[in-house]
Design a protein around this ligand. Structure first.
Ligand code: NAP
Length: 255
């Protein structure tokens, strides 16, 4: 076995939230390219992702759940559905997320609740349910999707910033508890990536330029730019990586 073999995910099963579009779709496809079967948890039929995963010769399973409304019991059932449908669970990628933009002084309570539920509560409840499976088998990888706003305050996104700071804290907390039992909990922190999430920023020419000019790489990232980091953290190549937050940001944080 060479080091490159340790990045492969043949025979593994990954559960990805929000795999129907954007970053989650790229992650689900990359995990399948690396050899994994993929359970896609979300509220929208991930037809395109299923087609690509199956064309790669991997199995895809849809697990229907709305992270804005599902509580801990429903999310535990969702994890159990993935395990039952694909036979095991090796990787959880907590990717799904929402952002609501408005000034803190008028940020609606319902936006605060909606963002915290999807971006932080669901991450904990899914990690807890998947962690129980992984701890039992003494093997598993959880990859959370953090943000530049896990480090910085951002502008007009107080709920998102709070949730994404929480994701990093939770990543470290779970890593500390589970590392000795063979479960790796880590996060990626994407920089500014061209998805629907950032469409309003790119629609504002001044804001788009200001962001781009601050990125040392000189361009926005693509969902595909993130996939190598996720496959790494989902693989045995990362077996001694615990509680890390890997920025994939074109150098944004270094600046
Ligand atoms: P996106 O294109 O807006 O996709 C968001 C994904 O989350 C979609 O699959 C969406 O499903 C899913 N989702 C949202 N609410 C959900 C709910 N209630 N239940 C189930 N699934 C739900 O955004 P993205 O840029 O790919 O974001 C993916 C992750 O990366 C998020 O955690 C985001 O915070 C993070 N991130 C993004 C950037 C960036 O620059 N784009 C930077 C840092 C971090 P539906 O299609 O059903 O809405």
């Amino acid at each position: 076995m060479t080091v490159l073999d340790t990045f492969r995910l043949d025979g593994r099963v990954a559960l990805v939230t929000g795999g129907n579009r954007g970053i989650g779709q790229a992650i689900a496809i990359a995990l399948a390219q690396a050899g994994a079967d993929v359970a896609l948890l979300g509220r929208t039929e991930p037809a395109e992702t299923i087609t690509v995963v199956e064309k790669l010769g991997r199995r895809a399973l849809v697990v229907a759940a709305d992270l804005a409304t599902a509580g801990p019991a429903e999310l535990a059932t969702a994890v159990a559905t993935a395990v039952a449908g694909l036979g095991r669970l090796d990787v959880l990628v907590n990717n799904a997320g929402v952002i609501r933009r408005s000034a803190a002084v008028t940020h609606p309570a319902e936006d605060w609740d909606a963002v915290l539920r999807v971006d932080l509560d669901a991450v904990f409840h899914l990690s807890q349910a998947a962690g129980r499976v992984m701890l039992d088998q003494r093997h598993g990888k959880i990859v959370n999707v953090a943000s530049m706003l896990s480090y910085q305050g951002g502008v007009r996104v107080p709920s998102y910033t709070a949730a994404k700071h929480g994701v990093v804290g939770l990543t470290r907390a779970l890593a500390n508890e589970w590392a000795a039992d063979g479960v790796n909990v880590n996060a990626i922190a994407p920089g500014y990536i061209t998805t629907d999430n950032t469409a309003p920023l790119r629609a504002d020419a001044d804001r788009e330029r200001a962001i781009r000019e601050r990125i040392p790489a000189g361009r926005w990232g693509t969902p595909q730019d993130l996939t190598g980091a996720v496959v790494f953290l989902a693989s045995d190549a990362a077996r001694y990586v615990h509680g890390a937050v890997l920025a994939v940001d074109g150098g944004w944080l270094a600046r």
